[in-house]
Design a protein around this ligand. Structure first.
Ligand code: ADP
Length: 162
């Protein structure tokens, strides 16, 4: 059974991501959560730090592997022998970008399908960007992210003198 790939920035991982991971695992049985190494996005956490938080979380989820990739997602999927990409959809605002990416990827690699999972409604408002803003201003994010992530955010905020 080839794995499905759930790619993303995961900067940082939120309960919204974990919800998509759980539901994708239920459908596909094997899932590779792949951190995109894209320095142009100016991430708060390094790739090794994001791998660390994901591995901590995936430790309790048999069937989930955590990896990173740089370059084109379709090339990575090909290397991994995967034919399914999983992405999450929160709101209409996600749709246009995701639609473009899915069709572009399919054009580059005809046998790669993108499957969208709708977020559980309780997580529909959650975004990594909002979490970073709240945490770096000293707010409590423990309702939105696992403890390991909250601790890493707090350490990063302290290192920045907040
Ligand atoms: P990217 O920078 O690739 O968009 P993200 O880490 O922001 O990476 O998101 C990875 C994937 O997870 C995307 O498909 C995004 O729409 C989805 N996602 C992020 N947050 C949520 C959430 N709260 N509920 C469902 N899907 C989500």
């Amino acid at each position: 059974m080839t794995p499905a790939i759930y790619p993303g920035s995961f900067d940082p991982v939120t309960y919204g991501h974990i919800d998509v991971m759980r539901r994708a695992l239920g459908i596909f049985g094997r899932l590779v959560v792949a951190v995109a190494d894209n320095p142009e996005k100016d991430p708060l956490f390094t790739v090794p730090e994001r791998l660390q938080m994901l591995r901590d979380i995936a430790g309790g989820m048999p069937g989930v592997e955590v990896d990173s990739f740089s370059g084109l997602l379709v090339e990575y999927a090909r290397r991994r022998g995967a034919s399914v990409i999983v992405r999450g959809l929160r709101a209409l605002s996600d749709f246009e970008y995701e639609f473009q990416m899915a069709l572009t990827n399919r054009k580059i690699c005809g046998d790669l399908e993108t499957v969208f999972l709708m977020t559980s409604e309780g997580y529909s408002y959650l975004s990594s960007r909002a979490i970073k803003e709240i945490a770096l201003l000293g707010g409590d994010v423990s309702a939105f992210v696992p403890t390991v992530v909250a601790e890493m955010l707090s350490a990063r905020g302290q290192a920045r003198g907040r």
